[in-house]
Design a protein around this ligand. Sequence first.
Ligand code: 13P
Ligand code: SF4
Length: 312
Amino acid sequence: TKDTTDYVAEINRLKKEKNAVILAHYYQEEAIQDIADFVGDSLQLAQEAAKTDADVIVFCGVHFMAETAKILNPKKKVLLPDLKAGCSLADSCPPEEFKAFKAKYPDHKVVTYINCSAEIKTMSDIVCTSSNAVKIINSFPKDQKIIFAPDKNLGDYLNKETGRDMVLWDGACMVHEAFSIEKLLTLAAEHPDAEIIAHPESPSHILKTASYIGSTAGLLKYARESKKDKFIVATEAGILHEMIKQVPNKHLIPAPAEEDNSCACSECFYMRMNTMKKLFLCLEHELPAIEVDEKLAADALLPIERMLALSK
Ligand code: 13P
Ligand code: SF4
């Protein structure tokens, strides 16, 4: 039988009934971005989670984001529509292996990208996102030795930006690794009036072609403020939904992925696990909820709070 549920109406009803807030990342499907109370990048979402007075937080993003929201709000219920919405980058850094890696560099501070598990955060001096990474790294003295994990592409970009030589963990995001440099260069040749803008999780051969490199919020700001009216956008294609709203008269083209696929772009399989139906069900049943061990959460909170204090 056909599903005739009016998910928009039902989600709005439940949200009110339960005093819940829906936080969504720019990589979520369009309907979820449209129904969310707040849409943002990783930093904005963590900041929003830190200050919300809702009783329930429904996190439409991936597990590490919802886990961070729970660590910031141990007493609140934090829901994730699909618990299996993980992250290839977070998965590329298993805690036991990272512990052994860190032990090889005893005089190094540890800066970790927020895309990692709570266990990795407990081994970090400070957390960062792509929006504030340069600022966070520059908060250490120039001669401070640093380990940066888990994203080697972002780490390599940050080494160049800050003139440092951080030791990098060998992790990556499958969505940003999927861009094809050959197809991108062909597309750019077809659109010589377009500027390439890219997320720093992209590999260096992609970043070399970009006129601007920044977080999802940074890319949106650049598209708004640049005089150019055509962009090839190298990040998860979900961002185009918000970008079109913000610059309706500009021409936006998603950067092409290596594999031919239906969107001719790169989408995050994990982010797309959340759907309107799962969002409705999770609000209705208040499940699945994120649980973090109390001691683990307390230890992981410190490096997150340090980041938030430096990001005001
Ligand atoms: P930002 O939200 O910091 O741009 O990061 C993108 C990302 O890959 C989140 O998983
Ligand atoms: Fe992880 Fe990449 Fe998906 Fe972001 S886009 S959640 S970094 S796999």
